[in-house]
Design a binder for this molecule. Structure first.
Ligand SMILES: [Zn+2]
Length: 163
């Protein structure tokens, strides 16, 4: 990990972290370990116009899920809704179980059930913060490939933020 971090510090461009396993981008278009949370955007199963912003806070393991319009997710009642489960599954594909568990500071039980190993605390995290990061992420996907540093990305140390 330290080697990674050092490599990042010596580069002025942020490397896109390749997923450990292929991910289902249509269902979970955005997942990141940032701001002390595993957070991301999950498509609604029933309504293509709607997305859910879901997160699990590191340390406290507080669960949050709401639509991009800040409506609370009706399925989140003291246990993880399917959006949070999908987010966690995709995070494990993206980062690997060890890294996700370490970031969230969770002891994963032997059955490998990350969600089942969390406390069942529900806390509403404002969706707007996560959603605006998602939109910014989309915007950067449209920036043409270049080896020149993108000045704004110095504020988003994607690799440095995950320890
Ligand atoms: Zn939900």
């Amino acid at each position: 990990m330290d080697a990674d971090r050092t490599a990042w510090e010596q580069r002025s461009v942020v490397r896109v972290v390749a997923p450990v396993e292929p991910r289902k981008l249509a269902k979970v278009p955005f997942v990141e370990l940032a701001d002390g949370r595993l957070q991301g955007v999950v498509s609604s199963g029933s309504d293509i116009e709607r997305v859910y912003v879901s997160s699990i806070t590191a340390g406290t393991h507080a669960l949050s899920c709401s639509t991009n319009n800040n409506r609370p997710c009706g399925a989140l009642h003291g246990y993880a809704c399917k959006h949070i489960r999908m987010l966690a599954d995709e995070a494990v594909l993206q980062y690997g179980m060890d890294r996700v568990a370490r970031y969230l500071r969770v002891e994963v039980a032997e059955d490998g059930d990350l969600i089942g190993s969390l406390n069942r605390l529900v806390e509403r995290t404002p969706a707007a913060v996560v959603f605006s990061r998602f939109l910014r992420h989309l915007a950067y996907l449209e920036v043409p490939d270049s080896t020149e540093p993108l000045a704004e990305l110095h504020w988003f140390p994607a690799m440095g933020a995950v320890r």
